[in-house]
Design a protein around this ligand. Structure first.
Ligand code: DGY
Length: 325
């Protein structure tokens, strides 16, 4: 613990749990944002003046413009596994450490990918809306027919730690797993991931009965899933995205859902969230959630501790566990 005079300043750029503020206040003088506004970039720069560090989320864009304007900044810690909001090269050039909060959210995010997959394939939200609208008059043989998950082939795009957790859950459903990744995984990881089979991107889209996207966002991954990929998919297939919105071309996905080129989708992320393409609201065959895949109480607290611990390590002269640059 540092004494008040030697404590550096920290901007906690979004609202966070009180126990995390308490923990951080042993090491830093805090400026907080308990009303949880997203600071416009100019205000963020202004609030970062004289700050040693920032605890932020994906809503804070850290680029050379911001870094040049904040010469005292030494560390930026995001409370997320995804760090596409950080320009890592610019951080390194400015001598600023950048950290994320990985691992602790893998299982919770995989659970949610399955929630979306099950809801989309078995038309849970669509049929619930219909029931709530008072349209249910009788049981009938073809009422909301969906697609089976058990016994089907699950495709996973991006077989990192979350992708592997998604794959492990498919064992109970008796599914076959195929995946595509930048590089093939080692045999032990493939075995533990329900004997996942590495396939080309084209085979992934063509062979999967259902597809879960868990690939990290990067400029190269922008619209990795577009009209061409969607056209390769089976008309009975469901697509789930719990990664980042920009990976899927929303306009192409809307067209594919409208024209029933694929059966359904489950989306937790959107290209310009919290805004999203209004046409999604017109479609019944899509399940829409507000970026909550990691949002269990336990996991969000664990992510916040991890992000805080990275800051505390830096101020204590230790290497942060999750250093990215
Ligand atoms: C993550 O951890 O990247 C989640 O998407 C929350 O931003």
């Amino acid at each position: 613990m540092l004494n008040a005079q030697s404590k550096p300043n920290l901007l906690v750029a979004r609202a966070i749990f009180p126990e995390i503020l308490e923990k951080l206040s042993d090491y830093f003088v805090l400026e907080t944002n308990q009303e949880d506004r997203i600071f416009p970039s100019q205000e963020l720069v202004q609030r970062l003046q004289g700050k040693f560090g920032m605890l932020c989320t994906s809503s804070a864009k850290v680029n050379s413009e911001l870094l040049n304007a904040c010469p005292e900044l030494r560390i930026v810690s995001t409370l997320a596994v995804g760090y596409d909001n950080f320009d890592l090269a610019a951080c390194s050039e400015a001598g600023v450490l950048a950290t994320n909060a990985p691992d602790v959210l893998n299982e919770t995010t995989a659970d949610f990918a399955w929630a979306l997959l099950m809801a989309a394939a078995r038309r849970v939200t669509e049929s619930e809306h219909w029931l709530r609208a008072g349209k249910w008059e009788k049981w009938s043989i073809d009422c909301f027919l969906g697609a089976d998950l058990h016994g089907s082939t699950l495709g996973i795009l991006g077989m990192g730690r979350i992708g592997q957790a998604v794959a492990r859950r498919s064992i109970g459903f008796g599914m076959k797993v195929i995946y595509h990744n930048r590089s093939r995984l080692g045999p032990e990881i493939e075995d533990a991931s329900n004997n996942a089979e590495y396939v080309s991107k084209q085979d992934l889209f063509a062979q999967a009965d259902h597809l879960v996207i868990v690939v990290p966002y990067s400029p190269e991954a922008h619209h990795l899933v577009g009209a061409g990929e969607l056209a390769m998919m089976k008309p009975s297939a469901c697509l789930v995205n719990v990664a980042r919105g920009g990976i899927v071309d929303d306009v192409a996905l809307i067209a594919a859902l409208k024209e029933k080129k694929i059966a359904a989708a489950g989306l937790d992320v959107f290209e310009n969230e919290p805004r999203f393409h209004p046409d999604f609201l017109e479609l019944e065959n899509v399940v829409l959630t507000p970026h909550i895949a990691s949002a269990s109480r336990k996991t969000r607290l664990a992510m916040a501790h991890r992000a805080a611990d990275n800051l505390i390590a830096a101020v204590s002269g230790r290497m942060p566990l999750d250093l990215l640059n």
